[in-house]
Design a protein around this ligand. Structure first.
Ligand SMILES: Cc1cc2nc3c(=O)[nH]c(=O)nc-3n(C[C@H](O)[C@H](O)[C@H](O)COP(=O)(O)O)c2cc1C
Length: 245
């Protein structure tokens, strides 16, 4: 069941899959992450995302972004850039809110990611066009996308218009959630469960418009092999930087 804004009601928790007679309780699947673990959840630091916003009337907008990343540890903040004439820019400037959703490296979801890159008219709900499921966010109005593994609800810290038509947006995470099976008991991401992706870039699209993606969840632990004094100057996340000179 959906409300007027097209959001799946968590109270009844029925979604598109209702048609298959399968009711999904998203609160059983998605777990809230405490603020102390926002930074751990933002891993890898930058991957393909789908960003949701709403306009002044509360109409949902969804758009895909390859270039969105966590740009500060504490407070945890996300940054992305978008053309000024895009709905995402207009909505962020109008409402000061956005939600970053991390899609999995899954063909059926990546097909929908590509649909969210199309230039739909303002006010069109791209999530409905793509067959994605909007579920309410915890704090902000832009919804979470159920098919994504993790979600960062953001309030705008600052924006900057540059190159005439480009808008860079930085938002502070005010709530975060994740599929229960994608984090461990200490709040660390289980990367091969979350299965984030990267976009190869527009230059790699085929002539008939197929996009290419790279899986972003092969993890390698790399020790510090440099033994000079600088190696001992590494500080804990969030600690003030070491004094110079
Ligand atoms: C896979 C993919 C990645 C994209 N990455 C970016 C990006 O990093 N920056 C950007 O400005 N647009 C990017 N786009 C294009 C936007 O999604 C597109 O301009 C979209 O129409 C914006 O929607 P809106 O008008 O609803 O905001 C990407 C599109 C796709 C399909």
């Amino acid at each position: 069941m959906r409300d007027n804004a097209g959001i799946a009601k968590t109270s009844l928790l029925h979604t598109d899959r209702e048609m298959d007679n399968v009711a999904i309780n998203w609160d059983e699947i998605k777990v809230d992450v405490p603020e102390k673990n926002y930074d751990k959840l933002a891993s890898p630091v930058g991957t393909l995302v789908m960003i949701t916003t709403v306009d002044r009337e509360g109409r949902i907008n969804g758009a895909s972004f390859a270039t969105c990343f966590r740009n500060n540890h504490i407070p945890t903040c996300y940054e992305f850039s978008v053309d000024m004439h895009k709905d995402t820019a207009a909505n962020v400037l109008a409402t000061g809110e956005f939600t970053v959703n991390i899609p999995p490296f899954d063909r059926s979801v990546l097909e929908k990611v590509c649909i969210l890159g199309l230039p739909f008219a303002p006010g069109v709900n791209e999530l409905e066009k793509a067959g994605l499921t909007a579920i309410p966010s915890r704090v902000v109005k832009p919804p979470r996308i159920a098919e994504c593994g993790s979600h960062f609800e953001c309030r705008v810290e600052w924006t900057k218009q540059w190159l005439e038509t480009r808008l860079t947006v930085v938002g502070r995470v005010v709530a975060a959630s994740v599929n229960r099976d994608c984090i461990d008991s200490e709040g660390y991401v289980i990367h091969d469960k979350l299965r984030p992706a990267h976009y190869c870039g527009h230059a790699y699209n085929t002539k008939d418009g197929a996009a290419k993606f790279v899986a972003a969840y092969e993890v390698m632990e790399v020790p510090m092999v440099y033994t000079g004094p600088e190696a001992k100057m590494m500080t804990a996340v969030g600690a003030p930087p070491p004094k110079r000179g």
